[in-house]
Write a protein that binds this ligand. Structure first.
Ligand code: MD3
Ligand code: FE
Length: 216
């Protein structure tokens, strides 16, 4: 079934399998867009967005914040999870219940029951921001999935394989789309192309991405 632009019903969630272990849940979070954005505003009122430095000395174009028990940080000494915000010295804000439940429900829909994230990384993209191809490997247990939620301006996501040289697949991720990455897809290279200038009714020119992880 395809969505009718003129229908008065919200678009129905649809599942697209990218490869074994990776499922796009189109529109899964669409009805919660506004509430999720409010929760992002609350979290980032106490843990403000910041552009961190990579171990190699570059400033990331994506601004980040975190909530939950663990937050992902990077600086000249490396990438790691830590329980406090290096900017404030305070524990990261509590993960909002709406975040926790969405991550759990999406994981379950994709076949991973009982997902309890202890970390949520919040990425904010301005026009021109990008994320180069990388693997997420700072977590303890790769049998746990990662759940990602896209909000705001759409982006082209690149999804490769287990080697950096594997040619990536381009996937458009729009507001409300949720992706669950488990099994072997959990280790695959991925990135986001430069955000194009565009407007979204709730976020203006910005794109947000939530990634829910089990760090420990
Ligand atoms: C595939 N974020 O924060 S979300 C990241 O849109 C990150 O901000 C991107 O990559 C973003 O690390 C992509 C999709 C995603 C997230 C984690 C993954 C895909 C993944 C982990 C393993 C495999
Ligand atoms: Fe990643």
């Amino acid at each position: 079934m395809t969505d009718d632009l003129f229908a008065d019903e919200p678009p129905q969630p649809r599942e697209e399998v990218l490869c074994r272990g990776a499922v796009v849940l189109r529109h899964f979070a669409l009805e919660q867009e506004a509430e999720l954005l409010e929760a992002i505003a609350e979290v980032t009122a106490s843990a403000p967005f910041r552009q961190m430095q990579t171990p190699g000395g570059y400033i990331m174009s994506v601004a980040m914040s975190c909530c939950g028990q663990w937050g992902w940080v990077t600086d000249r000494s490396g990438y790691r999870y830590q329980s406090t915000d290096p900017e404030t010295g305070q524990p990261w804000p509590t993960m909002p219940d709406i975040f926790r439940k969405l991550a759990r429900d999406a994981a379950e829909t994709a076949g991973f029951r009982g997902f309890e994230p202890d970390a949520c990384l919040i990425n904010r993209y301005e026009p021109g921001a990008k994320m180069g191809l990388h693997q997420d490997k700072d977590e303890d247990d790769f049998t746990r999935p990662i759940v990602s939620v896209s909000l705001g301006v759409p982006a082209t996501f690149q999804f490769g394989g287990s080697r950096r040289s594997d040619r990536p697949l381009n996937v458009m991720l729009a507001s409300g789309d949720v992706v669950v990455w488990g099994a072997e897809a959990r280790r695959f290279y991925h990135g986001v192309l430069r955000l194009k200038q565009a407007r979204h009714g709730l976020t203006g020119e910005l794109r947000y991405n939530l990634t829910f992880r089990r760090a420990r």
